[in-house]
Design a protein around this ligand. Structure first.
Ligand code: AMP
Length: 202
């Protein structure tokens, strides 16, 4: 099963992906995590991405498509994988389809985690306060103004990806305002209903 977890920043994609990975033993591919790792390692990609990410803008499509193209060839992706934070533009969605077609694969389902913008802003404020209270670093892009910029980028560049998958009948919406457990249960119900290929996601 190739599952895309779709939704605005701080919708809970990473949290849900980690749970699904554990429950179904599939790979979790987060372009945000991969870019942060590249920055930490000081790679060329990391150097190109850092200033863009700190501003809350999108890293160029060629960079993230390159990262995903390499990553899906890894053996742990053989049983399917969860994409978290990718694709974020219509161009990326098209490039993903091409990458998968080359391997005789396709996106199975796009789970859209819906959360009100006001709730997202509150979540990120809480996340930053909790990190500060523990003496941990706050993500530079969780600064309130930068976060609002990320929401604006989501509305302008990422939300238009939804009609692309709607047209293919692949989107399923879940209520991301519910508790973490309830959101997981909604996603599991979606997975059951899409009847994955035998052996993929159980
Ligand atoms: P995330 O951890 O998914 O919230 O991503 C953090 C930041 O990484 C984003 O605000 C972007 O700057 C960058 N990023 C992550 N995924 C992508 C992507 N698919 N396309 C472009 N930029 C991305």
């Amino acid at each position: 099963m190739i599952l895309i977890l779709f939704g605005p920043p701080a919708a809970g994609k990473g949290t849900q992906a980690a749970r699904l990975k554990e429950a179904h033993k599939v790979a979790h591919l987060s372009t945000g995590d991969m870019l942060r790792a590249a920055i930490a390692q000081g790679t060329e990609v990391g150097k190109r991405a850092k200033a863009i990410m700190d501003k809350g803008e999108l890293v160029p499509d060629d960079i993230v498509v390159g990262i995903i193209g390499d990553r899906i060839k890894e053996p742990d992706c053989r049983n399917g994988f969860i994409l978290d934070g990718f694709p974020r533009t219509v161009n990326q969605a098209r490039a993903l389809d091409d990458l998968l077609k080359g391997r005789k694969l396709a996106v199975d389902v796009v789970v859209v985690i819906e959360v009100d913008e006001a709730a997202l802003i509150k979540r990120v404020e809480n996340r930053a306060n909790e990190a500060r209270a523990k003496g941990q670093p706050v993500r530079p892009d969780d600064d309130p103004e930068t976060f609002k910029k990320r929401l604006a980028v989501y509305r302008a560049e990422t939300a238009p990806v939804l009609p692309y998958y709607d047209a293919q009948g692949k989107t399923r919406r879940v209520d991301g305002m519910k508790s973490i457990d309830e959101v997981t249960a909604q996603i599991e119900a979606v997975l059951k209903a899409v009847k994955p290929r035998k052996g993929w996601f159980g």
